[in-house]
Structures are given as C-alpha cells and as structure tokens.
Design a protein around this ligand. Sequence first.
Ligand SMILES: [Zn+2]
Length: 82
Amino acid sequence: MRRKRQRRLLNQKLKRSDKMVKKTYVCRECKMFTTEKECPNCKSRDLSASWKGLVIINKVEDSEVAKLLEIDKPGKYALFVG
Ligand SMILES: [Zn+2]
C-alpha cells in the first residue's frame, strides 16, 4: 500500500515537470513572450514560434528600447517576430 502511494506521488511530480517544458511563443501584436495559447498582455491569440532577439524591460520610463519598441509594460519581449 505504502509503496503504491509513493509511486503515485512520483508520477504526479513527473507530470508536473512535463508541464514546465512548454514551447515559448511571442505575441505578434505586442511582442511579449508567453508559454500560453494567448498573450498575457494584450490577450491576442496571434502568436509566433519564430522570433529573434530578446529584451527584458524593467523600467519603461527609463528605457530607450522600450520607447523604440513602443512597450508600455515591464516584461520580456522579442525584437523581431517572424
Ligand atoms: Zn500581446
């Protein structure tokens, strides 16, 4: 009995780690990274798996890059989306 329960717990752990390895997509609308089927920022479902360059914006106000990319929220963004 005890052993069965342990195995079940182990299986649950394995399943959970499977979910961690998700494909990364980039939103075509706002270029934010996501592992979901929907953009967490603008809720767009127009996502691309093909992207180049990565930029992390911490402070939108101080960032020239953020201005250039028209980013208004801190986060992880791609430079080019295919
Ligand atoms: Zn978006």
